[in-house]
Design a protein around this ligand. Structure first.
Ligand code: COS
Length: 383
């Protein structure tokens, strides 16, 4: 009986993978360089991904989601990121951060009113923790929310926010208490169009250019207290827990980029002839491909382990950090080697590997740098 259900589960996962692969090949691949060059965030493609059912992957069906688990979530991000890291990053931010935060910590009324719009991509979600002066040191945030009647009055600026301009709803971490104390942070939901809330500068980035990144500016913005997620003072711990899931999604993103770069390099090594034979015949090239393949599998095992633990509801603090740290470093290495295999052609925009190279780097920075992941891992093993 169990074997039967495992087989069914494998078949279902394969169906989801095939569906997303077909979508990505048809709707994303042809536009990848155009979106990259123009730094265009393809909102319409996200609406179509909502129709496909991948904008609320982890959300139960009662709130309009697909009700799938972390393994399927990893599958989907890998398939998208193999084709475009930027679209993969936006998908991950929408699902894990904004939607995931509301799902994990919203009350029933909040979940019923916001989640169905996010899962169908009627709304695109954003999540705001970072500020200009506080990236790794997230607790040092300066954005404040002061109680005034049935509202909080929010003042401050958030930076590096995915979907800061196109997002319809943002979960924002604000200081409601003492600076530098985790109990001084709360999480509020703010809707686009709320007076006193605007998006600021759009970043001109090295990679992940199809994913929009902007500032968010709050100037005496009145946010109803009904939009507080959980209780006042719980926002920092909520954010840390949200990032645990988020880091699995960035591991998957890195894995997808690494796979895309590796596949391109393998294809090219078989086609490209030098000294009268395919360059894949030379160990200098084939050993690169072997190293890449081995490290990709190791990264996948770490990512799958974290996904499995997350599905089972056991702690993933260390495993998510390890998966994110390792997979993102592997993505950078694989993309670098892929450019090397392509040689001069790899350095041009006529071939896909220079984009993997640019996109991969973000994975070692976003949702906690490699150094922060090592800090989290070290704290876990030493405590
Ligand atoms: N789950 C629940 N609680 C957690 C937690 C987790 N995964 N990680 C930390 N906490 C709690 C701690 O237990 C502590 O609680 P108390 O104040 O009650 O003691 C509190 O949060 C503060 O944690 P800590 O003392 O470890 O804070 P530090 O400032 O020393 O370090 C790090 C926190 C560096 C781990 C955190 O700021 C971090 O992850 N920074 C990177 C931020 C990031 O990833 N930004 C990218 C966003 S891009 S979307």
């Amino acid at each position: 009986m169990q074997l039967h259900s495992e087989k069914q589960e494998d078949e279902n996962r394969q169906l989801v993978r095939d569906m997303v692969r077909e979508f990505a090949e048809k709707n994303i691949r042809p536009h990848v360089m155009e979106w990259d060059e123009a730094q265009h965030f393809p909102v319409e493609t996200f609406k179509a991904m909502g129709q496909l059912g991948i904008m609320g992957l982890l959300v139960p069906e009662t709130y309009g989601g697909a009700g799938l688990g972390y393994q399927e979530y990893v599958d989907v991000i890998v398939e998208i990121a193999r084709v475009c890291g930027g679209v993969g990053l936006s998908l991950a931010a929408h699902n894990s951060l904004c939607t995931g935060h509301i799902l994990a910590f919203g009350n029933e009324e909040q979940k019923r009113s916001w989640l169905p719009r996010l899962t169908g991509a009627e709304w695109i979600g954003a999540w705001a923790l970072t500020e200009a002066g506080t990236g790794s040191d997230a607790l040092g945030m300066a954005t404040t929310a002061v109680s005034d009647g049935d509202c909080y009055v929010v003042n401050g600026t958030k930076n590096w926010i995915t979907h800061g301009q196109s997002g319809d709803i943002v979960v924002v971490m604000v200081r409601t208490g003492e600076k530098g104390r985790s109990q001084g942070v709360s999480a509020l939901v703010v809707n686009k169009g709320t007076p006193g809330f605007v998006s600021g500068k759009k970043e001109n980035k090295l990679g992940m250019r199809a994913s929009e990144t902007t500032e968010l500016i709050f100037d005496n913005c009145r946010v109803p207290k009904a939009n507080l997620l959980g209780r006042e003072g719980e926002g920092f711990k909520q954010a840390m827990q949200v990032l645990e899931g988020g880091r699995i999604s960035i591991a998957a993103l890195a894995l997808g980029i690494a796979k895309g770069a590796h596949e391109a390099a393998v294809r090219y090594a078989k086609e490209r002839h030098q000294f009268g034979q395919p360059i894949a015949n030379f160990q200098g090239i084939s050993f690169k491909l072997a190293d890449m393949a081995t490290e990709i599998e190791a990264a996948e095992l770490l990512t799958r382990q974290a996904a499995d633990r997350k599905n089972r509801g056991v702690s993933v603090i260390k495993q998510a950090a390890m998966a994110k740290y390792y997979a993102s470093e592997v993505a950078v290495k694989c993309a670098t080697e892929a450019v090397q295999v392509f040689g001069g052609y790899g350095y041009t925009k006529d071939f896909p590997v220079e984009k993997y190279y640019r996109d991969a780097k973000l994975c070692t920075i976003g949702e906690g740098t490699s150094e922060i992941q090592k800090l989290v891992i070290a704290r876990e093993i030493l405590k």
